[in-house]
Design a binder for this molecule. Sequence first.
Ligand code: ZN
Length: 140
Amino acid sequence: MECPLCVADRDDLIWQDGHCHVIAANDTAYPGYFRVVWKEHIAEMSDLGIFARHHFMDVVFAVESSLRALMNPDKINLASLGNQVPHLHWHVIARFADDRHFPESIWALEQRRAPARAAPERVALAARIDAELARISIAR
Ligand SMILES: [Zn+2]
């Protein structure tokens, strides 16, 4: 069986480098929902070498910081499950107290109808991710 994250077309690509992609989840209920996908087909974080782990998490945290800056959410949710698709990816989800599932996870039972929110502008998000990664590398 082909892995959907290995064969996915990247219409929803926001940002990438040699190791990972940041893609929009395109969930209309969650405009601040993005996935950071490791390019190589690996199942577990502990299968990555120490530098790769750090780089992957730097990108996850750069997306988190960017969403905080651009969307001002009440909370960021980070999740790495991979039970259905065992190819390393992190979910980075901007959450709001009035969103469809808050305070439950977005995969739980729906709590309410939620007001519509705009997604961050893609070019602005990519630029912000670059800026956050530059800031992290300067801090090291
Ligand atoms: Zn894969």
